[in-house]
Design a protein around this ligand. Structure first.
Ligand SMILES: *Cc1c(COP(=O)(O)O)cnc(C)c1O
Length: 386
């Protein structure tokens, strides 16, 4: 079928961009992660280690397969899993370690892999926010046994919703294909139409014709939960609820288009990152740290130290797009943490970062002027301790 062809074309284009042998697409990033867990046979009684500074979308598939998420705290400077804290989290039941490259900053993959190898535990990567980031000159997403990616609204490039698994392991790839065949529905006509409408609204917003239109659309999208990081909240209130669907052809077409302009997208992100960096340094604010042997392509630019509730309120009044990602160790704030096996005090650095970090946008709509406006707003509010 023609619609199948466009999906296969998108998968090969993504795999060849990354330098992986196989790619299989899904409706969302979390569904892609689910497919990996299923393919690896992870379930009841198993434990999966992940970062304690994340989005509920990550423990969600773990709960869905009946396994237990085990959270590891972060290094404050990079927001990534602290390798020194992994060993203590490993038990006889640990089946997998998920390495997340938070905000696009590469995690300490080599040290994590070394620990995992000592215990014979496989590693996969959550590269959802790290499209194009490199570690020792090699693209993230090519280190673990597999990686999963998200093309949700707020990611480096978007297909509305969207997710992909990449792997160079032929046996795992084959199992993932099987999960795709056995467990995944093609999206319904209704889901496809709704998503096409949302994508159109999103595109109009990226190139707004009039300020009034933009403001109206912005509010609408915000209320629909599309501008902030959070997908519709209700889904998360039930631990493990997930939409087991394939990617639709419209999303695949959008993905092919987005891949063709990925280089300029990344270039734009580097320019804005450099601008935010210098503006924030000028006013004495801490900026995110990328290890010297890495290059980050940031999904969002994290800033620590703002009076977060006030910054958020001022930003929404002034229509400045300031993100709150992450609002708690398992974003968003409505997540019932206990239902995901997270208990207060488990990851103190993550809890601290959740209280302090806001993030600045880097997508195509953000011009240098918009970037300056974002930083000016933060400057007016002042750091939390001031
Ligand atoms: C966006 C994101 C996900 C999940 O993506 P969905 O497509 O919304 O399921 C998982 N992990 C990280 C780090 C993300 O940023």
């Amino acid at each position: 079928m023609a619609s199948d062809k466009v999906i296969r074309d998108y998968e090969s284009a993504f795999a060849s961009w990354l330098g992986a042998r196989h790619a299989v697409s899904f409706w969302q990033g979390r569904v892609a992660e689910y497919a990996i867990l299923r393919a690896m046979g992870i379930g009841e009684g198993d434990e999966v280690i992940l970062s304690g500074y994340t989005c509920v979308a990550v423990p969600n598939p773990i709960k869905h397969v009946g396994a237990t998420p085990v959270y590891v705290d972060i290094v404050p400077a990079t927001y990534n899993m602290d390798p020194d804290k992994i060993e203590a989290a490993i038990t006889a039941r640990t089946r997998l370690i998920i390495v997340q490259h938070t905000y696009g900053i590469p995690a300490e993959i080599d040290s994590i892999q070394a620990i995992a190898d000592r215990h014979g535990i496989p590693v996969i990567e959550d590269a959802c926010m790290a499209v194009g980031s490199t570690y020792h000159g090699r693209k993230v997403g090519t280190f673990g046994l597999a990686a999963y990616w998200s093309m949700q609204w707020n990611k480096t490039f978007t297909t509305g919703f969207g997710g992909i698994v990449t792997t160079s392991d032929p046996e795992l790839a084959q199992k993932i294909e099987q999960v795709w065949l056995d467990c995944m529905q093609a999206p319904s006509i209704k889901a496809k139409v709704l998503l096409a409408m949302m994508r159109l609204a999103h595109r109009l917003l990226v190139f707004p014709r009039t300020k009034r239109f933009m403001e109206g659309t912005y509010r609408w999208l915000t209320e629909a939960g599309l501008m902030g990081f959070n997908p519709p909240v209700r889904e998360h209130l039930q631990a493990g609820a997930i939409n087991l669907k394939r990617l639709g052809p419209g999303q695949a077409k959008a993905g092919i288009r987005e891949l063709a302009r990925l280089e300029s997208n990344i270039e734009h992100r580097h320019e804005l990152t450099a601008l935010y960096d210098s503006l924030l340094r000028e006013i004495g604010w801490p900026v995110p740290v990328t290890p010297s042997y890495c290059q980050s392509v940031l999904g969002r630019f994290p800033v620590r130290g703002a009076d977060k509730p006030r910054a958020r309120a001022e930003a929404s009044r002034n229509l400045v797009e300031l993100g709150s990602w992450f609002e708690c160790p398992l974003h968003p704030i409505e997540t019932p943490l206990a239902a995901y096996d997270y208990h207060e005090g488990m990851c103190p650095e993550s809890e601290k970062a959740s209280r302090e970090v806001v993030n600045l946008p880097l997508h195509r709509r953000v011009t240098q002027d918009v970037a300056r406006k974002c930083v000016k707003l933060l400057q007016e509010i002042g750091p939390a301790d001031a």
